[in-house]
Structure formats: C-alpha cells, structure tokens
Design a protein around this ligand. Structure first.
Ligand SMILES: NC(=O)C1=CN([C@@H]2O[C@H](COP(=O)(O)OP(=O)(O)OC[C@H]3O[C@@H](n4cnc5c(N)ncnc54)[C@H](O)[C@@H]3O)[C@@H](O)[C@H]2O)C=CC1
Ligand SMILES: O=C(O)[C@H]1O[C@H](OP(=O)(O)OP(=O)(O)OC[C@H]2O[C@@H](n3ccc(=O)[nH]c3=O)[C@H](O)[C@@H]2O)[C@H](O)[C@@H](O)[C@@H]1O
Length: 480
C-alpha cells in the first residue's frame, strides 16, 4: 500500500488529502500538523474549516484510509510520498521584509524529514513557494542524506476556497514539476498515478521544477490583475456614469478575454493573492528586473486604492464624519462560502471606519466574534502564521460588536456596508432593515449584491461599486 503523509492540515492540506483518500481507496493518507487543536478538530464533528461538501468526504474516509495526527515524525518516517502544505507567509522582519516569503515553516519541515527518514522519499511542494525553493529544499534534504534518495516535486495547488471540493474533484489542470533525470521522471510518474485515479490524463501536465513553481505565482498574479483591472475601471465608471457590470459583461464577451473573474468589488482578499504577488515582486527585484516588479506592484496598489476609496465614500457621504455613528457591516469573510478572514478587505474597511471613530456592528454567517476581534487587533501579515503561534491581543476593541443576526446588526445603524457576497444578503428584508435604521439610511454595497434601484425606492441612499451614482453622492466627491 502506498503511504502518503501531508505536513500541514490547513485549507489546502485538509481538503486535498481528503479528496485523494476519497478517490484512492488503495492509498493510506495521514495528515499531520504541529497544531494539536487543529488535529483534534479534524478528528471531531466540528471541522476546523468551513468548506461546502468537505464534511461528507471526511466522514466517508476518516478512519478508513484518511487519518489526522500530531505524530508528525512517525508518519513522515512511514510515508513514501510526503506533501508539504505549511504556511509560507510574507516576511515581517529582516531581508525582504514586507515582500519575500518566510520559509521558516517549510525549512523546519524539511529538516525534520531529513532527520527522521530511513527510506527513499518523494517530497512534494504543495505550499506556494518562491521559484528555486526546490533547490534549497534539496540541499537541506541531501546535506546529510545517509544514502537516502529524495526526489523533490513541485505540485502547486489551484483550488479556491468556498469551491475547494469541486475544484479538487474537477480541476482545470494538475501541474507536476520535477527534475529531468530518470529518478525525477520516475517520481513524476508516481505522483501522476495518484491523480490519474480521477483526473483525466490530458489535464495532468508536467513541467520542469522552476516552471511549475513560477506558474503558481504567475496564475495568482494574473487572476488578481483581472480584479484590479475591473476595479480600476469601476472608479472611472463612477466618475462618468458608466455601469461596471455592463462594461465587464461587454468586455468579457470577447472570447479572448472571457467572462470569469470580472466582478468589481471592494477589493480582493484571501491568504494568497497579495502574499504571492509581493513574493513575485521580490523575486523580480532580486533578479534585476525593477520594471517587471513595478508592473505587478501596481496590482496591489489598485487593490489598496479600492479599499480606501470605499471607506472615503462612506465617510464623505455621511457628512464627512462617521464619528459616533453606528455602521453595520454585513459580511467579514474574504469571500462567500468560507469562514476564512485572512487578508479580508473587511479588516481594512473596519480599521478605516474605526479611524474615523465609528461604532461598528458586524454580522457574518461563518465568522466568530473572537476571530473578528483578533483580526482587527493583529499586525499586518501576522494572520498567516499557524494559529497557535499568532500573537493574542489582550483587549477587545470596544467600538466593535458582533452578532449572529443581520437584522440585529443593522438595528439603529446610520449606514450598512456589505463586504462579502453571501447569497443570504440578497434575500434580506430591506424594508424591515430600513425601518429600524437612523435616517437618512445609507447602504454601501462593496460586492454589488443588492439592486440599487429597488433599495432607492424603499428610501435608502445607495452606493454600489462602479454603478451610476446616487444624486446624494454626486454632490459629495470622495478623494481616495
Ligand atoms: N488557502 C488556499 O486557498 C490556498 C493556499 N495555498 C498555499 O498553501 C500553503 C498552505 O496554505 P493554507 O492551507 O491556506 O494554510 P493554513 O494556515 O490553513 O495551513 C497550514 C498548516 O501548516 C501547519 N504547519 C506549519 N508548520 C508546520 C510544521 N513544521 N509541521 C507541521 N505542521 C505545520 C500549521 O499549523 C497549519 O495548520 C500556503 O503556501 C498557501 O500559499 C495554495 C493554494 C490555495
Ligand atoms: O493560491 C490560492 O490561495 C488560491 O487563490 C485564489 O483563490 P481564493 O483566494 O481562495 O479565492 P478567489 O475566488 O480567487 O477570490 C479571491 C478574492 O478575489 C475576490 N474577487 C474574485 C473574483 C472577482 O471577479 N472579483 C473579486 O473581487 C474575492 O471576493 C476574494 O476576495 C485562486 O482563485 C486560486 O486558484 C488559488 O489556488
């Protein structure tokens, strides 16, 4: 029986290994982690991450050929194939701080593999890493290899949160990079055989190690660039009376451009787009390519601009101050169908409003009060370290309250900000919300989920990203 061990039981390691176990009954899969709480949760009825469809798959396989354990060394020792899916956060100190990837967790995993292994291993980079990481890992593993043969493969993950199970079951492609040696090719074939249990052969593509590593960073940069492009156009739409949804539809009808990923928003969030672009920028700078670095930096600058533009709209519309005003925030996760808040635009928007002394009441169907308080108190980039190593803030921000009900959150509010596109926000009783709010009642839709005309009929003053402006807002220009 082939044995797989995955180091890192997070958003990638957990779902990816669950699907491998589900599709490959002949393979034993063990997911290990240094976080005891995380492993306990994987072994309980309350999984540590919310992902549609995940619970069913885990329940089918757990205890059969899928296991979760904190005994990292034992399972690494026994495995034939080791996936490494640990955090690769942005460095906050020292050389490359604010841009370069922090490979501390990767390096410690590699050193542990080297220490405990007694048989040949295929080590798979599942985390997103800088180009050439495989070379560094190879050096760590082979420095004192005691005759053990290690093959390093790059097998980046392209799943998106909220749709992870579908993405894993039916991927656009699986990418495997390896050394172009006989041993390298053999290792690539072994990993191909795993995916071939359910992925059509023509969707499993192979490449050299550096192409595979770079393709992941490039794919995320291209995706984020589309959002910054449409968000940049959204600002121009507001200035000219064009409607960004109509523009995106017309642009996306060109088959060379395509319709996906053109939704204007308050800004992209999530654990990877910003981190991976910063990483790409750093690699370009290190390779003497400042023009290329500046090109990609602009994707992040537009994203920051979009978030501050939104805050400025809120404040400017409400007579240039939100001091002492109550603002309801609907949605805190970085996108719908996930409880993940890493790098969510809601953090920047809330911090901006708090900076102007607002009182905020928040509702998100999947995010707890504890998580929101941690997020608002945390320093930039700290969110991307293992949970038990993140600094805890001793005090909660008292101007922020969190409820489990959208009507409760909006009661008595002067304005409502929609920051995540949860489907349930489309079906809320806005008449009821209006009646319980202060007047004039404002809605700022950062995800274009509500119909502005219908809400205006109720009496709301409505701002929707990239849509023709409410007459009220036209007279109150917001400077970004
Ligand atoms: N979240 C996503 O949708 C995607 C993430 N990625 C990449 O995958 C990697 C992991 O991301 P996530 O799963 O989101 O992170 P995560 O934070 O959810 O999971 C990482 C896990 O690794 C554990 N860990 C860290 N060091 C360890 C060690 N030395 N030994 C054992 N366990 C260790 C942590 O405790 C944590 O549970 C990152 O490089 C990320 O860029 C790639 C594609 C999608
Ligand atoms: O490397 C990663 O971590 C992953 O990053 C993204 O996945 P994810 O961040 O989970 O979610 P996305 O659906 O890409 O959304 C990212 C952000 O962009 C925003 N977005 C997305 C699409 C769009 O049209 N407009 C828009 O503002 C979302 O609301 C969200 O805040 C990529 O889509 C995955 O392919 C990749 O594997």
């Amino acid at each position: 029986m082939v044995k797989i061990c995955c180091i890192g039981a997070g958003y990638v390691g957990g779902p990816t290994m669950a699907i491998i176990a589900h599709k490959c009954p002949s393979i034993e899969v063990v997911v290990v982690d240094i976080s005891v709480a995380r492993i306990n949760a994987w072994n309980s009825d309350q999984l540590p991450i919310y992902e549609p469809g995940l619970e069913d798959v885990v329940k089918q396989c757990r205890g059969r050929n899928l296991f979760f354990s904190t005994d990292v060394e034992k399972h690494v020792y026994e495995a034939d194939i080791i996936f490494v899916s640990v955090n690769t956060p942005t460095k906050t100190r020292g050389l490359g701080a604010g841009k370069a990837a922090d490979l501390t967790y990767w390096e410690s995993a590699a050193r542990m593999i080297a220490d405990v292994s007694k048989s040949d291993k295929i080590v798979v980079e599942k985390s997103t890493v800088p180009v050439k990481t495989a070379e560094a890992i190879e050096k760590i593993l082979t420095h004192n290899s005691k005759g053990i043969n290690y093959q390093i493969l790059s097998n980046p993950e392209f799943l998106a949160e909220g749709t992870a199970i579908q993405d894993l079951l039916n991927p656009d492609r699986v990418l495997i990079g390896g050394r172009e040696t006989p041993e390298g090719c053999k290792a690539v074939r072994a990993l191909k055989d795993v995916y071939a249990h359910w992925v059509p052969e023509d969707r499993i593509i192979t490449a050299n190690l550096w192409s595979a590593e770079l393709s992941k960073l490039a794919a995320n940069a291209f995706l984020a660039q589309r959002i910054s492009s449409v968000n940049a156009i959204s600002a121009l739409c507001e200035a000219t009376g064009a409607n960004v949804s109509e523009v995106a539809y017309a642009v996306g009808k060109d088959s060379r451009i395509g319709p996906k990923f053109l939704n204007a928003s308050v800004g992209f969030g999530g654990s990877c787009f910003q981190k991976d672009i910063l990483n790409l920028v750093y690699i370009c700078e290190c390779n003497g390519l400042p023009e290329v670095a500046n090109y990609w930096k602009q994707v992040i600058k537009i994203n920051d601009y979009q978030k501050s533009r939104f805050v400025n709209r809120v404040v400017a519309s409400m007579f240039n101050t939100v001091s002492g005003k109550r603002i309801a925030v609907l949605g805190f996760a970085f996108k719908k169908d996930t409880g993940d808040t890493r790098e969510t635009p809601a953090i920047d928007v809330c911090k901006g409003l708090l900076g102007d002394k607002a009182t905020i009441s928040i509702y998100d169907p999947q995010v707890t009060e504890d998580q929101i308080q941690r997020d608002l108190a945390m320093n930039k980039f700290d969110w991307d370290h293992p949970i038990h190593l993140q600094p805890m803030s001793p005090t909660a921000i008292k101007q922020v309250s969190v409820t489990w009900d959208a009507y409760e959150a909006t009661k008595g509010a002067h304005g409502v900000c929609i920051l995540t596109e949860w489907d349930e926000f489309k079906a809320l009783d806005y008449q009821r919300i209006y009646e319980n709010m202060q007047k004039p009642a404002f809605i700022f839709d950062g995800r274009n989920v509500v119909d502005p005309e219908k809400l205006r009929e109720i009496g709301f003053i409505v701002y929707s990203i990239g849509k023709p402006l409410d007459p009220w807002l036209k007279d109150m220009p917001a400077v970004a």
